[in-house]
Design a protein around this ligand. Sequence first.
Ligand SMILES: [Zn+2]
Length: 277
Amino acid sequence: LSQSRPGRIYVAPPDRHLVVEPGYIRVTRGPKENRFRPSVDVLFRSAALAYGSQVIGVVLTGSLDDGAAGLYAVKERGGIAIVQDPFEALYPSMPKAAMKAVTVDHCVSVTEMGSLLVRLTNETVEEEAGNPPDDKMEIEVGVAREDNAFEQGVMKLGTPSIYTCPECHGTLLRLKEGNLIRFRCHTGHAYSLDSLLVEVTKGIEDALWNTLRAIEESELLMRHMAGHLRESNDSETEALFLQKAEEAKRRADLVRQAVMSHETLSREKVSENALHH
Ligand SMILES: [Zn+2]
């Protein structure tokens, strides 16, 4: 925790969230959001809670939809939302997702960004322009601040879904903000729809490799047993085990094909695939 001073640039260190509080900057190891720490959504949401209409959130190039939920909080509290023009962005999906989640105030190229920020930071803003912070925003910032998510009332954030958290396997609650759907488990991990899809499809690959390993292990074990039976002159049972080992090998080949053709999916990837076909 350190006092925030004007005219300084604060950058989150790796593996830590940067949480803005009135007059202070806090560095935490709170649960990951969209698989990331630092998370831009944590930063934006905490700034929105602390400074309301005085906040300007900028989303630049990037994959998936990080920043969209944070920008939603910024706008809720009367702040200003800026995105880099997706047409010039190397990875347009972050600015695009932000534009779907909120009505952005400015969509500009990076070359125009500097002068726009100088102009905006010199304007006077009404302090009570946006909505007062709601309980949910306070709970979510509390979770990032390393508070006990359960005691903070994380269960009040949404309704239980049928999905489980890829990180801790806890039940995920479904949160709805405008047209944004997000998830958060009771220990505190948060996911956008897109980042949850990426994690779930990654999980399938892990599970397939695990299945392949188990089948191959069973095949090897059965061949080992067949060898043992040969030594004890039980050729009838040996043949049975060799047959079963062959069956296992064929099943392993099927799983190997499945794992090779498996892909980790996101909204961006699905649209790209559609373009190439
Ligand atoms: Zn979790």
